[in-house]
Write a protein that binds this ligand. Structure first.
Ligand code: NI
Length: 183
């Protein structure tokens, strides 16, 4: 396995619509899956899309540790998920705004709305179909990673760029949001 260089915001590959995979068994693609998993775990991150390692290919990986689940979130899959040609649809209109970051946008985090409940589909690394319902952070990660395949970054989804901050200053944003909620 090889640790890959992570694409940083500004590189055009992050803004391209990635190409669908036609042959899941392609050895180069299988290698890319292993390298992406290793790169994500090393970063560390909870999700990674192929454009983030300079491959304009519809492939994402993610792994959500139990400690990242919110108090109301149902369990996420234990294993590392590899999803080829993924798609999702929302199960209802409810959107939830929460903190999001991205390995391609170092240090910054922002309050980003996402659908709370989705169903997503794709192929696993053997080409078998996967279909799962997801909620909370699991649904958020899948939406974030699929956005990468369409050239969309979490910044594009934010309603108010004043809710963007570096890690160390994020508490100001959260405090302000909390105050606005109370007003
Ligand atoms: Ni990202």
């Amino acid at each position: 396995m090889t640790l890959l260089k992570i694409t940083q915001i500004g590189h055009p590959v992050l803004r391209q619509v990635a190409k669908p995979v036609s042959d899941v068994s392609d050895p180069a693609l299988q290698q890319l899956m292993d390298d992406m998993v290793a790169t994500m775990l090393d970063a560390p991150g909870i999700g990674l899309a192929a454009p983030q390692v300079y491959h304009s290919t519809r492939l994402i990986v993610f792994s959500i540790p139990a400690e990242r689940l919110g108090p109301d979130d149902p369990p996420a899959p234990d294993e590392i998920s590899i999803l080829v040609n993924p798609e999702f649809e929302s199960l209802d209109d409810e959107q939830v705004t929460d903190v999001e970051g991205c390995l391609s946008i170092p240090q910054l985090r922002g309050l980003t709305p996402r659908f709370q409940r989705i169903i997503y589909r794709g192929l696993d690394r053997e080409g078998r179909p996967i279909e799962r319902e997801a909620e909370g952070i699991h649904a958020r990660v899948v939406q974030h990673e699929i956005d990468h395949l369409d050239g969309v970054l979490f910044l594009d989804r934010m309603c108010d760029l004043k809710a963007l901050a570096v890690d160390d200053e994020l508490h100001h944003v959260l405090r302000r949001t909390e105050q606005e909620r109370e007003e």
